[in-house]
Design a protein around this ligand. Structure first.
Ligand SMILES: Cc1cc2nc3c(=O)[nH]c(=O)nc-3n(C[C@H](O)[C@H](O)[C@H](O)COP(=O)(O)OP(=O)(O)OC[C@H]3O[C@@H](n4cnc5c(N)ncnc54)[C@H](O)[C@@H]3O)c2cc1C
Length: 379
């Protein structure tokens, strides 16, 4: 089977690798360079902690297991420690833990002493703080993950063309045709659009415009300079989320500040300063840390917030995948999408077909609902 995959973010790279595992002849077309999109500006926490509705939870939970099976360089199976200090966070956590327990998702309430055993540099937390450890969760470094997926695809014979923008895809009875920016065309048995937040430029699937939807799609991510503080896992608290960022750096995210995250405006100094002010209250040894880099990440967010995966045309020549939580989902999507284009439908993907949007989901209303539903610890 000849397959053209469009987009070398984590999703397209994984799908290309998955297809070569099945012996497909794959061409991966990328407008800029691998990781040029959302994949390089992500918190990269591998989890199904707060995923609603249930089919989306199941998909993400299966994906967490797929990450453990893939393993490899840049994958850290160190779990996640959550500290809930304020009342609202604790109330939400209680409901979430009940739901996760009923779904068989590993989560352990632990004592302050056990939390310190996990993270010796955890700063003293306010009296009454609740601690939960999620042992199955993990984090990745995006570049090594991309490198592994692309190198597997290459070893399986995939051709990777960067600097190649696709302008149009058309479906025919026997093949699909992509038209490139220079006017030339390519044909394949199936074309798969993995173009993240640009998906609606190529296929009829509504993804939220990151210039319009503020905190639903946009979030600050700040990397510190190297600090003499130990952190081995994702650590989430009421006001600051952290993960190791390599070489002693920490990656910081503060969801309540994201209101100011604008797709077209570089972050002001006050955002990093506020995150740094919160940092010593979470991790000791971080006084004097500085911001090395701060960016606005722009999510690839289908209009109703959950994954889209499936054929978009009656002839089944054009397939599209667009999703938030793509870091978590990519290793699983690699196999499921490759199976689907070879005619093996996946029950896990059945609830996520593109056709649901033709039933009248209104993107603007769906986005407002997503915004209202934001919860502590959400990535
Ligand atoms: C702030 C933030 C925090 C996040 N945290 C997490 C997290 O903790 N855990 C998690 O699982 N997920 C997280 N995510 C989401 C995750 O990062 C994304 O879902 C994922 O990176 C999307 O990958 P992608 O391959 O679909 O898109 P992208 O990485 O955007 O890749 C799409 C690629 O397609 C290319 N392209 C676009 N149009 C064309 C065209 N016409 N022709 C050729 N190429 C084209 C682009 O150049 C790009 O390289 C986060 C996202 C953000 C913004």
């Amino acid at each position: 089977m000849r397959v053209v995959v469009i987009g070398a973010g984590v999703v397209g790279s994984a799908v290309a690798a998955g297809l070569t595992r099945r012996g497909a002849h794959v061409t991966l077309l990328e407008e800029r360079y691998p990781g040029a999109g959302t994949t390089s500006t992500s918190f990269t926490w591998v989890n199904s902690n707060n995923k609603i509705p249930e089919p989306y939870f199941e998909l993400n939970h299966a994906a967490v297991r797929a990450h453990h099976a893939l393993g490899g360089q840049g994958f850290f199976a160190t779990g996640h420690l959550e500290c809930a200090g304020d009342e609202a966070h604790q109330a939400e956590l209680a409901i979430r833990l009940e739901r996760l327990e009923s779904r068989g998702y590993p989560a352990e309430r632990i004592t302050p002493a056990q939390a310190i055993e996990l993270e010796p540099d955890l700063a003293p937390q306010p009296e009454g703080t609740e601690y939960v450890y999620f042992p199955e969760e993990a984090h990745v470094f995006p570049a090594p993950l991309l490198a592994r997926l692309l190198s597997e695809a290459r070893a399986g014979g995939a051709r990777i063309e960067t600097g190649t923008a696709v302008r149009d895809i058309t479906s025919g009875a026997n093949e699909a045709t992509v038209t490139l920016a220079d006017g030339s065309t390519r044909t394949a048995d199936v074309v798969i659009a993995c173009t993240g937040r640009w998906t609606n430029m190529l296929v009829d699937i509504p993804v939220l415009d990151t210039r319009l939807f503020g905190t639903v799609t946009n979030g600050f991510l700040a990397s510190t300079t190297a600090v003499p503080a130990r952190l081995t896992r994702v650590l989430t608290t009421d006001r600051l989320n952290l993960r190791p960022d390599g070489g002693g750096r920490l990656l910081m995210q503060a969801l309540d500040l994201d209101e100011a995250a604008d797709a077209d405006t570089p972050p002001g100094d006050e955002i990093g300063a506020e995150m740094l002010a919160r940092l010593p209250g979470v991790l000791t040894g971080t006084t004097g840390a500085r911001i090395e880099r701060i960016r606005v990440g722009q999510r690839a967010m289908p209009a109703d917030g959950v994954t889209v995966a499936g054929f978009t045309d009656p002839a089944e020549r054009i397939y599209a995948v667009a999703t938030h939580s793509g870091i978590t989902l990519a290793p699983l999507l690699a196999d499921l999408v490759a199976a689907e284009v070879h005619g093996e439908e996946s029950p896990l993907l059945a609830p996520f077909r593109p056709g649901r949007f033709t039933d009248g989901v209104a993107p603007a209303e769906a986005a407002l609902a997503l915004k209202a539903a934001r919860r502590p610890g959400q990535q």
